[in-house]
Ligand binder design. Sequence first.
Ligand code: ANZ
Ligand code: ZN
Length: 832
Amino acid sequence: MTAEPVPAEPMTDAQTGARARRYSPTEIEPRWQRQWGEDGLYVASTDSDRPKYYALVMFPYTSGDIHIGHWYNFAVADVHARYKSMHGFNVLMPMGYDAFGLPAENAAIDRGIHPHTWTMDNIERMTRQIKTMGGMYDWSKTLAACLPEYYKWNQWFFIKFFEKGLAYRAKAPVNWCPKDQGVLANEQVKDGRCWRCDTPVVRRDLEQWFFKITAYADELLDFSQIEWPERVETMQKNWVGRSEGVQFDIPVEDSAHKISVYTTRIDTVFGITWVVLAPEHPLVDTLTTPEQREAVTAYQQQTSMLSEIDRQSTEKEKSGVPLGTYAINPVNGARVPIWIADYVLGTYGTGAVMGVPASDERDFEFAKKYELPIIPVVVPEGWDGSELAAAYIDPGVMVNSGEFDGLPSEEGKVKVAEWIEAKGIGQRTVNYRLRDWLISRQRYWGTPIPMVYCQGPCGIVPVPEADLPVVLPEDAEFKPTGESPLASHPTFTRTTCPTCGGPARRETDTMDTFMDSSWYFLRFTDPHYDRPPGFDTEKTDYWMPVDQYMGGVEHAVMHLLYSRFFMRVLRDLGLTKESEPFKRLFNQGAILGPDGFRMSKSKGNVVNPDDYVTTIGADAVRCYLMFIGPWDQGGPWNPAGIGGVTRLLGRVWALVTEPREVQSVDASAESKLRRAVHQTIRDVTDDMEKFRFNTMLAKLMTLVNGMYEARGSVSDEVWNEAIRSLLLMIAPSAPHLAEELWTTELGRPYSIHRQPWPTWDDAVTAEDEIRLGVSVNGKPRGELVVSSDQQANEERIKTLALALPRVAALVEGKTVRRVIFVPGKMLNLVVS
Ligand code: ANZ
Ligand code: ZN
């Protein structure tokens, strides 16, 4: 479905008048876009005496057509960047493409189009469409992450990470289709089955590459250098998930084995009534009795089908199986059974936990289900000794805890930890939820990992720098088998060892596409730079960090966390000075389809902006997107209100192009207009700074109304100041209209987009009259309007207040005991 084209607003009589030119956006807009491009108006350079300002929108994925949601991101972001440019900054605002990924590969499988062709065609079309926005994007610096000149540096960084010990290989589970014999991406698993052949998917361990982001876990919790929305910082904090606890050993009965557990509630250690291992824990096999083996193996099998998310879901009924063996609580000698349960993850902490049902909801549920004992150890103040109806999870008083009885549990936490450390049973540790970043993808359309496996003595060897890039072979076959086309390529895999020259096998996995987005902002400063490290450090030292990053909140963790990690590694490699890539972040909302759902081709609710651009023009679409609400809110697309902004643009056009007839100059009309102009500049500036584009446009509409009222009664000087200010203020929002009126109609110096932002005079913004509240005994009883030079004159204001009929009635027959006066604000009479 495409949107109904909306016809341009009918022109007013005045606009169609003989002398005035018609406002024709479809004629003006392409002309100025061409002109700005030819003049290189928006080409950013480090050679400037203005302060730098790097404005960046998250680069788009090469999905096909540009929809109205892209406009919402890019056109509105452009308004802000244009404002910054006029406001005295040397602005860099680049645009490029996130161009690797699965959809291109699927197009190849489904339609026989090579991923490269599919992607480059999309880039061409999208570029053409984005250019119709009339943005200040610096197209001389565009890039596409799928080109060898770009991904060569992904490979270079990978090798640096490897040399620093930050890239390593380890086994990690993948979704595996036993029938296709191939790896599936998460999105290719539908209800636990392969999307192609419907075979149940299993999890299988494969050797894969990881980046050691956990080495930077603590540093990633430091947000002191950045100003980001609170919720994004919170999401990152939760993702990193730092917790402080104790790791200690629980001995197995009649055995030399010990089970190491991690807990954040060591104060509850006397309440252990069982110990649980993750089903995949390495000790499970050893600790299972023959009687329990069958049940244990079946349970392990069953868990291997579940994702970690499913396993930890609070809705899922807890389940587990006892191993048949026992452990001894080292603090009190209690003998407790050992279980496995899927809610314990093998990859977090030690992969084993102590079960304390009295203090943990999950354990409580588990104890009830399997009839395991519940021993209260931390209880609310004043507890009467009765059975607990639910887990008590808050801090309280310790009981049944030997020498610690009676201690407040928060204090107990420290005391027990010290005691455990002193006895040599365990020690305090810090744990993180954050996992290392799994880089390997078993796909074609990504950056080849530049590693070689020597079949001789050398092991894993990086491809030498001189041999980079390792280029994706063009002649890959795209078959729906799930196997990466690189793995089955006849010659790609075969190579020689860079160290010994013997036969070797090339790595066939490619990199996660988040690699591409982790440093593209550096490359944008000089996207064809062809020496290490893939960006010109002089330029990045000048432009970085990004001053304003703009994009959707869906990237709160992965992309935004990976980029922060990447910058820190580059900093430690001596390649950048900054640790933070993005100083400020703004999350704009999403534009939904007219039906209120996320726009998607399959739902048929995609709104195509081209239909509007070719009728009402880009400026109107830009303004409408700004006008529909606060930028961080978005909402369903509803073109019903578009007339409001087309009318505004038409009225601005008419104000400038129609001849003005002055009957007589009126001093009060002049000061009123000047005041309105200066107040509007002040308020619009504030709105621009704070991304309040909707209220900003509303203020311009009010000013335009005021100008229509005043146009017959003000001098040229006052009028021209108003026109000049109006055009400058509307230039970021409606860049074509403003340029046409400024340069062509008024003959002012080209370009309006190079002019300084207008300034206001506080003295002019001051109102002539002010309103003062009048109260009697603290209750508001009336209002006075006085000229501003009288606002501090207490005697005069008191007299005027006493003359107000309502006040006079209340004071009648009483005495004014006290007068409280706040100049310019209020007067309170205390009477009795
Ligand atoms: C006993 C206990 C008693 C716990 C109690 C909590 C409350 P965070 O804050 O996320 O670090 N845990 C430890 N390792 C686990 C694993 N591999 N899989 C599942 N759960 C695991 O959480 C730490 C708590 O999560 C630990 O403290 C442990 O349960 C559990 F009243 O130990 B606790
Ligand atoms: Zn070798």
